[in-house]
Write a protein that binds this ligand. Structure first.
Ligand SMILES: [Zn+2]
Length: 327
C-alpha cells in the first residue's frame, strides 16, 4: 500500500497525539496514587536507588556478584510490595503504564516497516479523503440495471446487456483490486452511471486498505496548476497524492477548462502512473476523436493502448427519474 505523504503525516500526528495523551494520563494517575498512598512514592524512590546500586555493583570488583544479588533481592521485594498496594488500593488498570501500542511502543514503526497501529490510522485518514462521496453511500448492491432499456437501440445493441457487462467488470475490478490491477476508461454520455460506479469502486477498494483518490478533472487540474505556479509545501503535498495513491479516479475528464497546461499535466500524470504501473480510472463523455482534438493524439493513444474501455450506454437516468419513469 502506498499512502501519500500527507496521509502518513496526518496519521503520525494522530499517533503522536494519542501517545502524548496516554503519557499525560499515566503521569496524572501516578500523581493521584502518590497522594493517596505516600508509601508508593517512597517505593518508587527506593526502586530507583536499587537500580543505581546494581549499576555501581558492576564496578565493585570482588564484591560485584554479592552486591548485585542484594540489589536484585531488594528490588524484587519492593516490586512485590508495590504490586500489592496497587492491587489493594486502586481499580485494575489505573496504574497501567503499558504503552499505547505494545508492538512499537507507539512510535509507529518496527525497524523500518510501519507498525499495524500506524497502518490502521493511515487507512482511516485515507478514507477521509473520500468523505465527499459519503453523502450518497453508493454501493454495488444499489446499482439498478432496470434503468437501462432492454430494447435494442438504433445502433443494434441492447443497453441493458452492455450495462450488465459494465457492471460486472466494475465489480470484479473493485473486489479483486491489487497494485497492478490495470486501468479503466469509462466512456459514455452524462447520466449513465459513470460517477456512481466509480464511487462504488472507490469505496470498495478503500475498504480493502488501499489509498484511493477520487477527484473531478476540474479540481485535479487546478490543484496541479497551483502546485506548479505556487509551489509551497501545502500545494505540493496536495498534488503529490495524485501520483502516490494506489488508485486514482479522475471523474469527468473534459469538463475542466482547456489549455496547454492541462494537456501537459494530463500527459505526465497518465504517463507517470503507467510507468509506475499504478492503476487509474478515468471517466469521460468524450469520444476518442474528441480526446484527440481536445488534448493530443499521444494522450488518446496512451488511453487506447493502456486503458480497458468500459462503455456506458442508454438513456440519461437523471432525465428518466425526473420524468417519473423510474422509481
Ligand atoms: Zn504499533
Amino acid at each position: 500500500m502506498a499512502y501519500s505523504t500527507e496521509v502518513v503525516r496526518r496519521a503520525r500526528e494522530r499517533l503522536a497525539q494519542a501517545r502524548a495523551d496516554r503519557e499525560r494520563e499515566n503521569r496524572e494517575h501516578l500523581r493521584i496514587a502518590y497522594e493517596q498512598q505516600p508509601r508508593l512514592k517512597e517505593i518508587d524512590r527506593q526502586l530507583r536507588m536499587t537500580m543505581a546500586q546494581a549499576a555501581r555493583a558492576a564496578f565493585a570488583g570482588n564484591d560485584a556478584v554479592r552486591l548485585m544479588e542484594e540489589a536484585k533481592e531488594q528490588n524484587l521485594q519492593l516490586q512485590r510490595e508495590r504490586e500489592w498496594i496497587i492491587e489493594e488500593q486502586f481499580e485494575a488498570g489505573f496504574l497501567d503504564e503499558t504503552p499505547i501500542c505494545p508492538v512499537c511502543s507507539g512510535t509507529g514503526y518496527v525497524g523500518s516497516s510501519m507498525c499495524d497501529c500506524l497502518t490502521e490510522l493511515c487507512r482511516q485518514e485515507q478514507k477521509k479523503e473520500l468523505t465527499f462521496l459519503s453523502a450518497g453511500r453508493e454501493s454495488f448492491d444499489q446499482f439498478r440495471l432496470d434503468y437501462y432499456s432492454d430494447k435494442p437501440a438504433p445502433a443494434g445493441y441492447i443497453p441493458r446487456v452492455i450495462m450488465e457487462k459494465t457492471y460486472q467488470t466494475c465489480r470484479r475490478y473493485a473486489f479483486g483490486f491489487h497494485e497492478k490491477a490495470g486501468n479503466l476508461l469509462f466512456s459514455g454520455n452524462t447520466g449513465l452511471g459513470k460517477t456512481f460506479l466509480s464511487a462504488c469502486i472507490a469505496r470498495t477498494v478503500a475498504d480493502q486498505g488501499y489509498s484511493v483518490v477520487y477527484e473531478s478533472a476540474g479540481k485535479l487540474f487546478s490543484a496541479l496548476e497551483k502546485a506548479r505556479f505556487e509551489a509551497n509545501e501545502e500545494n505540493r503535498r496536495a498534488a503529490a497524492k495524485y501520483n502516490e495513491c494506489d488508485l486514482l479516479i479522475v471523474d469527468d475528464l473534459g469538463t475542466e477548462l482547456p489549455g496547454q497546461f492541462v494537456t501537459a499535466a494530463l500527459y505526465s500524470l497518465v504517463n507517470d502512473r503507467l510507468l509506475e504501473s499504478r492503476p487509474t480510472i478515468i471517466s469521460t463523455n468524450l469520444s476518442e476523436d474528441e480526446l484527440i482534438r481536445r488534448y493530443n493524439p499521444q494522450i488518446a493513444s496512451r488511453l487506447r493502448g493502456s486503458y480497458k474501455r468500459v462503455a456506458f450506454v442508454g438513456d440519461d437516468i437523471r432525465l428518466l427519474k425526473s420524468r417519473g419513469g423510474i422509481r
